[in-house]
Write a protein that binds this ligand. Structure first.
Ligand code: NAD
Length: 313
């Protein structure tokens, strides 16, 4: 792809039009790109079509003639499946096409994708995101990108349509590495914030008082200041709507699984990361799996015997 192409003469293939991929594909179409979208789900295709994405009937059709091919899929096995084979992206994309995988997958899987893509004469970036469905819809995602510097530069314009920020983290796999490390830290933070609220409550401290002090003191973090797990102090946090509409326990559990596989493989002494994996693994087996991951507070409060009027616990 020549970088001086305008959106109007740039064709984008988009494979995976789910919660994240759907809004991303739509934002690209709204920005003037021709977007050829494919998904196994007819509902997902119909929703994207209604907002300007051109439906195609196969992965191969999405890749054929595209300057850029995005993927947004649930796991690395599926990314490999749509890349490989006679009907896959690698066999059908034009030489020099830019592949951008926004799925969250294993670091080694991302590196293997990049190697395979380059062997097929294509360019590749791993570009996992943070910002969730709201960020995907509003075009305010943050991209963590791994791959060659010049390929990252070539993707700047299109990533700028989808996100507020794109950081080049290093060579292939580095985007996934940063994503997994961040989410392992986030899980630990969210559990810690939940435990601190439960202890404060047991000690007779009101949620608002603990929040006011800790959010401006050394306990400050996103899990407290933005994703506050108790209803009240942060009105927009999922705790105020029964933990609906945030980052699901199931997705956190998936990311922790990837992070802990890397912890094992690299011999990292990550006791809190492992504990977080056990906690979210257990929570994912309950009916909380679809709720925002800050619901871990409810579990902690319940097991701690915290009693509050009107409390979710
Ligand atoms: P999703 O399940 O909503 O969407 C995935 C889509 O892929 C589905 O529509 C599915 O039908 C489609 N699909 C599966 N196999 C396919 C195939 N072979 N060919 C074509 N389409 C296929 O998942 P999502 O929430 O959109 O997440 C996508 C990726 O983004 C995941 O890797 C996830 O970890 C990551 N992510 C999600 C969020 C979030 O808040 N949802 C946030 C950050 C990152």
């Amino acid at each position: 792809m020549s970088t001086d192409k305008t959106p109007a003469d740039t064709t984008i293939g988009f494979v995976g039009l789910g919660h994240m991929g759907g809004p991303m594909a739509i934002n690209l179409a709204k920005a003037g790109y021709t977007v050829h979208g494919f998904d196994l789900s007819e509902e997902a295709v119909a929703a994207a079509k209604a907002e300007g994405v051109v439906p195609v009937d196969s992965v191969a059709a999405a890749a054929t003639g595209a300057d850029i091919v995005f993927t947004s899929l649930p796991n690395g096995g599926l990314v490999k499946r749509v890349y490989d084979g006679a009907e896959g992206i690698l066999a059908n994309a034009s030489k020099g096409a830019l592949l951008i995988d926004t799925s969250t997958i294993d670091v080694d899987e991302a590196r293997a994708s990049a190697t395979d893509a380059e062997a097929a004469g294509l360019r590749h970036l791993d570009a996992p995101v943070s910002g969730g469905v709201v960020g995907a819809s509003k075009g305010t995602l943050a991209f963590m990108v791994g791959g060659r510097e010049e390929v990252f530069a070539a993707a700047a314009e299109v990533l700028g349509v989808l996100g507020a920020k794109a950081v080049h983290c290093g060579d292939s796999g580095a985007g996934q590495a940063v994503k997994l490390c961040n989410n392992m830290l986030l899980a630990i933070h969210q559990i810690g914030v939940g435990e601190a609220f439960a202890l404060a409550e047991k000690l007779g401290v009101q949620d608002q008082v603990f929040y006011d002090v800790a959010s401006a003191a050394t306990g400050t973090c996103w899990a407290l200041n933005v994703n506050c797990p108790v209803p009240g102090p942060v009105p927009a946090s999922p705790a105020n709507r029964d933990y609906e509409g945030g980052f699901a326990v199931g997705l956190m559990n998936k990311d922790l699984g990837l992070a802990l596989a890397a912890v094992e493989k690299n011999g990292v002494h990550a006791q809190l990361g492992k504990a977080a994996g056990e906690i979210y693994g257990a929570l994912n087996q309950t009916d909380a799996s679809g709720k925002d991951f800050s619901i871990v507070y409810s579990d902690i409060a319940e097991k701690s015997g915290v009693v509050k009027a009107g409390s979710a616990a």
